[in-house]
Design a protein around this ligand. Structure first.
Ligand code: CP
Length: 369
């Protein structure tokens, strides 16, 4: 009886669809033409447009040399350039109305974040989905991590389910490296303690290169909590490798020792740091990583170390304002800078999706689209 009702319902619903189709396109010939047109246009998109979007050498796709992306310290300028070139192509997909290619079809990507995130986690998830991967987020607070599961056991559990790429953010420096040694899946560092945030630096470099065409010879001022900033560390490493000059300014208590060994220049004043610069990058004040009181108050910090229209007057005429986000408005920068026409903060976020698509693709994409 139930079976009979189910069959009747099926028949009715298929009849309804058929009636709607017939009323829209009365001629069966016209309906067939529409179907053929849909198939042809979709195939043409994949074979003539999507296929040519991506940078290939001699018709062959390129890959990164390692199975993982853990930091810019391990990477040469040729690999950084490969990621930035590929991201430029990927941006065409991010800004198109289609936002769909199948470079990662059949792959599984998991985001495993032990710290909060909006930009990095969402952009990785979108990047994976735009390329046709299965993307899953592990909410650490409601996962078995809260029952005491170790990082390796969590990683091996995800791998046992067929995960190809694990994207990890962790409060402990070196956690992604430790995981990468213990799983066969590719591991991407989405920020580890005060160590590195390589994908952020790559999207920052992409944003600068888009405007200036090259990173070679650029003058970049990084201002703020340099000691606790993994973004600053990855940017200093990446930018100096690519031939940019990096100026640093921070309270003495927030400037890491020996940082000048990287080739960056420590400046005595904010005015000196930004003088003639092409890019000014503010950093978030990382109060969650500061164990002791390293400056008297947030108010005093913003007065003496925050960027405002007055103390940046000596910067280049077409200077870009950048910040990795999230921004503490009025602390690291005034709202007039955050919302200025030459503020690239939201463009950085868009480029974040393109850079992360490039990384996922170069680590484990399909040979053909
Ligand atoms: N820049 C950055 O890492 O932002 P989220 O913390 O929102 O990911």
């Amino acid at each position: 009886m139930t079976h009979c009702i189910r069959e009747k319902r099926k028949l009715l619903s298929s009849k309804t669809v058929q009636t709607v189709q017939e009323s829209l396109f009365p001629s069966p010939g016209f309906r067939n033409i529409i179907i053929v047109f849909k198939i042809v246009s979709r195939s043409a998109y994949y074979f003539f447009y999507a296929k040519t979007l991506i940078n290939r050498k001699g018709g062959r796709r390129m890959r990164l040399s390692s199975k993982d992306l853990l930091g810019l310290a391990d990477m040469g300028s040729d690999e950084i350039t490969l990621i930035l070139d590929t991201a430029k192509d990927m941006k065409k997909i991010v800004t198109s109305s289609m936002k769909r290619v199948n470079y990662l079809q059949g792959k599984s990507v998991v985001t495993l974040f032990y710290e909060n995130s909006t930009r990095t986690r969402v952009s990785f998830e979108l990047a994976a989905k735009y390329m046709g991967a299965h993307a899953v987020n592990v909410s650490v607070s409601t996962s078995s991590v809260a029952k005491g599961e170790t990082l390796i056991d969590t990683g091996k559990t995800l791998e046992a389910m067929g995960t190809d790429i694990i994207i990890i953010r962790h409060s402990q420096s070196g956690a992604p490296h430790f995981l990468a040694k213990n799983v066969k899946s590719s591991v991407i560092n989405a920020g580890d303690g005060m160590h590195e945030h390589p994908t952020q630096a790559l999207l920052d470099m992409m944003t600068m290169r888009e405007v200036f065409g090259t990173l070679e010879g650029l003058k970049v001022a990084i201002i703020g909590d340099i000691s606790h900033s993994r973004v600053a560390r990855s940017n200093i490493i990446g930018l100096t490798k690519m031939g940019a000059q990096v100026n640093l300014y921070a309270p003495a208590t927030l400037m890491p020792p020996f940082i000048e060994k990287t080739g960056a220049r420590i400046c005595p004043t904010i005015e000196d740091a930004v003088a003639g610069c092409d890019v000014i990058m503010g950093l978030r004040l990382q109060l969650e990583r500061q164990k002791n009181a390293l400056f008297p108050s947030t108010c005093e910090y913003s007065k003496f170390f925050g960027l405002n229209p007055e103390n940046i007057k000596g910067a280049g005429k077409n200077v870009l304002f950048m910040h990795p986000g999230p921004v503490n408005r009025g602390v690291e920068m005034t709202s007039s800078i955050i919302d200025a026409d030459n503020s690239y903060i939201n463009k950085q976020v868009t480029n974040g999706v393109a850079v992360r698509m490039a990384i996922l693709y170069l680590l484990t994409g399909r040979e053909t689209v």
